[in-house]
Design a protein around this ligand. Structure first.
Ligand SMILES: C[S@@+](CC[C@H](N)C(=O)[O-])C[C@H]1O[C@@H](n2cnc3c(N)ncnc32)[C@H](O)[C@@H]1O
Length: 302
């Protein structure tokens, strides 16, 4: 199956010929505030791709977003995404946000899919209670059926993060860490703020959202064929699921407008080998951390 997500998820080994920094256990990668620089050919190709999908088709995609993700899980079951064992390694926050070593943390995995991020986290850290939600009913069922699912350690529920109030399932101001991993990119840019507003309600003051998602000029963005463009840095895959590619500035403004404080917000660039195609490809992600302040800052008008 040809899908841009295969490049994001089914990674592969890092190329060794990149000038990089190595951070602890991480393989070679570059972190920082500079966006990836395109080659002249790549820049020309992107500049040529100006035609946007019609409003009618875009509206249909928006209406069918939930259905399209549910069909994605019908087709792929739990086999598409790899488990994300990097979560605790890359987001040291989980350890850092404990005031004492054995402190039990309440987390929310927003847009959990079939639990590729959730279950490794529960396995690696026994002192966690996890809420998890997704708008795909199939994904939620897969999470419930996983042998690692236990109602003592987690509660999964169906929820459209742009519409359904999280406080119906999670007490307000009760969550220590929210993980938002490759989820916001699947949501229309006009509705992303609704997700952040929703999450804000359940996050404890002083606690953070950990974000990781596609960054500008990631290889997946350059692979879209003409006719897939929905807007600036926003594309649709063949299966109707959509993907936004974030700039640091866009994300920063989005969170700050909802009252969050920026703690970290940077590009992670690495070259990975796609084993199947034998290609070394440039990957760009945005890895960030935003905090809900203790005293609510003034939010911009709706
Ligand atoms: C690329 S998957 C990532 C899943 C998971 N976070 C992970 O890292 O494996 C994106 C997920 O976002 C979910 N999603 C997209 N829009 C959503 C919305 N409005 N509300 C809740 N979930 C949504 C999709 O159903 C899908 O499971």
């Amino acid at each position: 199956m040809k899908d841009s997500r295969m490049f994001h998820e089914n990674i592969s080994t890092d190329c060794l010929n990149l000038t990089t920094t190595s951070t602890g256990g991480d393989a070679f990668q570059k972190k920082g505030h500079s966006a990836r620089i395109l080659s002249p050919e790549e820049a020309e190709r992107l500049a040529k791709d100006k035609v946007l999908m019609t409003d009618f088709k875009q509206l249909k995609l928006e209406k069918e977003a939930q259905k399209n993700w549910d069909l994605f899980y019908k087709r792929n079951s739990t086999n598409f995404f790899k488990d994300r064992h990097w979560t605790t390694r890359e987001f040291q926050e989980l350890k850092a946000c404990r005031e004492f070593e054995d402190q039990k943390l309440t987390i929310l995995e927003a847009g959990c899919g079939v639990g590729n991020c959730l279950f490794p986290l529960l396995e690696e850290d026994l002192n966690i209670f996890a809420y998890a939600c997704d708008f795909s009913p199939r994904a939620v069922e897969y999470v419930k059926k996983n042998s690692l699912y236990s109602t003592e350690r987690c509660k999964v529920f169906q929820c459209d993060l742009t519409k359904d109030d999280l406080t119906e399932n999670i007490p307000a101001d009760s969550v220590d860490v929210v993980t938002l991993i490759f989820v916001l990119s699947a949501i229309h840019p006009d509705k992303m703020r609704l997700v952040l507003k929703n999450i804000y309600k359940v996050l404890k003051p002083g606690k953070c959202v950990l974000f990781r998602d596609y960054g500008l000029y990631d290889h997946a963005m350059l692979r879209f064929k003409s006719g897939s463009k929905l807007g600036e840095n926003f594309y649709v895959r063949q299966d109707g699921t959509r993907s936004y590619f974030f700039t640091e500035e866009f994300l920063s403004q989005l969170f700050k407008a909802e009252g969050y404080e920026q703690v970290v917000n940077e590009y992670v660039q690495r070259e990975t080998v796609n084993r199947k195609e034998g290609l070394c490809v440039p990957r760009v992600f945005l890895q960030s951390k935003f905090r809900k302040p203790f005293a609510k800052t003034e939010v911009l008008a709706d």
